[in-house]
Design a protein around this ligand. Structure first.
Ligand code: CA
Length: 230
């Protein structure tokens, strides 16, 4: 089996070495960069299956790298896990806003990091043949991961795509934030449910004013996709 390629970007050498050593032990191919400029160069020249991205970096910071990765066709769908310093609450949300799929607060458990990497990789590989899902103006292609609203293709990150899919497949039903975390992030989640809120906000923004109203907030519970009568 081909080794999965991980790029780890982190300026603190001991953390970088810890990540590299442990992931290589687990069978990953790991490349590293200690600053944003080098990371961007590597991302454009090579291809990776996963990006581990420190937020606070000298030069181009993690947030900006995240934004650039999401705006390039080549890297748009690459899973990203943000590594943030303890207590940087605003930073976590900011990272998710810029398109990261997940985040971990330092110091983190290497086993938890591995679990999250594997979970994201499994999901990004989930390319089994499935039929196109249609709901009103929305059409979701589970094979190409392409989402169309009306006639427009809407670019989405992996997590936005999965979130939309789960809402559409459960239209008319209320999904709690915990259920969504479980279905979309797929493991016992240590973070908090605001991860869901941030991704919902992102999704609504991409769906446009009218269609975004179909995702209803059920106060104190979660979210529901309004049922479309065909
Ligand atoms: Ca740092």
């Amino acid at each position: 089996m081909k080794k999965k390629r991980v790029l780890a970007v982190e300026d603190e050498l001991h953390i970088l070495e810890l990540i590299r050593y442990n992931l290589e032990q687990s069978g990953f191919h790991v490349e590293v960069a200690q600053n944003g400029e080098k990371a961007m160069r590597m991302l454009m020249e090579n291809s990776y299956d996963m990006l581990l991205l420190d937020l606070m970096l000298p030069g181009i910071g993690g947030m900006e790298i995240c934004r650039r990765v999401r705006s390039e066709a080549k890297t748009r769908k690459m899973p990203i896990i943000m590594l943030t310093a303890k207590g940087g609450e605003a930073d976590k949300i900011g990272g998710l806003d810029m398109g990261a799929d997940d985040y971990m607060t330092k110091p983190f458990s290497i086993n938890e990091l591995k679990a999250r990497i594997n979970s994201l990789l499994r999901r990004s590989e989930d390319m089994e043949m499935e039929e196109i899902i249609n709901m009103g103006e929305i059409s979701i292609d589970p094979v190409s991961h392409e989402v169309r609203i009306g006639n427009e293709i809407v670019e989405m990150t992996l997590k936005e795509y999965e979130l939309l899919k789960i809402l559409v497949l459960n239209q008319g039903k209320v999904l709690t934030r915990d259920m969504i975390l479980d279905k979309v992030w797929g493991y016992e989640y240590f973070g908090d449910t605001r991860t869901v809120d941030v991704h919902i906000r992102h999704l609504r923004r991409k769906m446009g004013v009218e269609n975004s109203k179909m995702i209803e907030t059920v106060r104190g519970v979660g979210y529901r996709m309004r049922k479309v009568e065909e």
